[in-house]
Write a protein that binds this ligand. Structure first.
Ligand SMILES: [Zn+2]
Length: 360
């Protein structure tokens, strides 16, 4: 793997590796800091480079020595240096998380086998996967905040993946460029097709765009990047994760006596993004896990059939029933509102959703 370390003494090799790891972590944290800016500004169509970062409360530009990723937040105890307004813990959390993701991508090549990480055979793909994990963080956070998945990530990412598949066919485990490109292209096509069918069915089952067109385009990128087989597992796992998240919020709301609307509005993007990251790092380990679960199920199929599957069906059915009822109720309320406003003498025409082209 790490050919450049050959010829060095063991001490020198360890030392050099530590320096590189330190560099990777710092790079990840700095990129994470930039991602915070992207997450905040891109949905508002603001430039990500100008103006420089400033406090949301007092508007003062943040000095460079107050803009060190992760550390500054702890040194200033999560407050603006100028006006002491609180700064969300989300900023250092995203910086630290990006640093961890960058390190994990590097270790797939630098220290394969660590924590069961997948192996990356060629170092040239490291920057490409850094870009992928960074874009996934941005998409997940923007989806949580605004329910938007960015076209420049899904469509731009797919096109970039085609180029990378041509330059490094090893991405899809092949040696020749046209084979790499073909596999990438078929993956993208399948991702888009399967995603489209799910979006269509989801709208009918949940009476809402549970799996929107943004998710469809993101599936296209996952297909181009990971191949056709991966799509099946990513869909299965993200649906399961989405079900747990949706069900969890519905139960939480019931205990707290909150309205269920928030739960219904949960975007699917985070479940999809988290699953794609898990696939990037641990697809081998996950496949082995599936195999042992399958063996266990085959061995205990009576027990399994009688407990787990009815439970899963019951949970899914309950979730679908709840969401459909809430959606139905909201639609009736909206229809009543519209009927009322149309009776008024002067009615302003409502502006249509501006982000519709990118959100969907
Ligand atoms: Zn301030």
């Amino acid at each position: 793997m790490t050919d450049f370390l050959i010829g060095l003494s063991e001490e020198d090799a360890t030392f050099l590796m530590r320096i590189i790891i330190g560099f990777v972590v710092c790079l990840g944290a700095i990129i994470g800091s930039f991602l915070n800016v992207c997450i905040y500004r891109i949905p508002m169509n603001q430039s990500v480079s100008r103006p420089r970062s400033h406090c949301f409360s007092c508007g003062k530009t943040i000095l460079w020595y107050h803009n060190i990723p992760v550390l500054t937040w702890f040194i200033l105890r999560g407050k603006c240096a100028n006006c002491k307004a609180p700064i969300s813990f989300r900023y250092p959390a995203i910086e630290a998380f990006t640093a961890i993701l960058f390190l994990a991508v590097f270790q797939m090549w630098g220290n394969p086998g660590l924590f069961g990480l997948n192996t990356l055979s060629i170092p040239e793909l490291i920057p490409f996967f850094w870009l992928f994990v960074a874009s996934t963080v941005v998409n997940v956070m923007i989806d949580i905040d605004h329910r938007i998945l960015l076209d420049r990530i899904s469509i731009g990412g797919t096109l970039l993946t085609f180029v990378v598949a041509v330059a490094f066919p090893a991405l899809h485990g092949s040696d020749v460029w046209y084979d790499g490109l073909l596999r990438s292209f078929c993956g993208a096509l399948t991702g888009f097709g399967v995603g489209f069918v799910i979006a269509f069915l989801g709208e009918r089952i949940f009476l809402q765009d549970a799996f929107g067109f943004g998710d469809v385009k993101w599936m296209m990128l996952f297909g181009a990047l990971f191949g056709i087989t991966a799509l099946f597992w990513i869909l299965l796992l993200s649906s399961f994760l989405g079900l747990l998240m949706g069900g969890g919020v519905l139960i939480y709301n019931r205990f707290k006596g909150y309205s269920d609307e928030q739960a219904v509005a949960i975007p699917f993007g985070p479940a999809l993004g988290v699953t794609a990251l898990a696939w990037l790092f641990w697809s081998n380990r996950m496949m082995r896990g599936f195999a042992s679960v399958r063996d266990w199920v085959l061995l205990h199929d009576d027990l399994f059939m009688m407990t787990f599957i009815p439970l899963l069906l019951l949970m899914s059915g309950w979730l679908v029933f709840r969401i459909r009822r809430i959606r139905h109720y909201n639609r009736e309320m909206m229809a009543m509102d519209e009927a009322e406003t149309s009776l008024m003498p002067i009615s302003d025409s409502e502006p249509t959703n501006e982000n519709a082209h990118e959100h969907d």
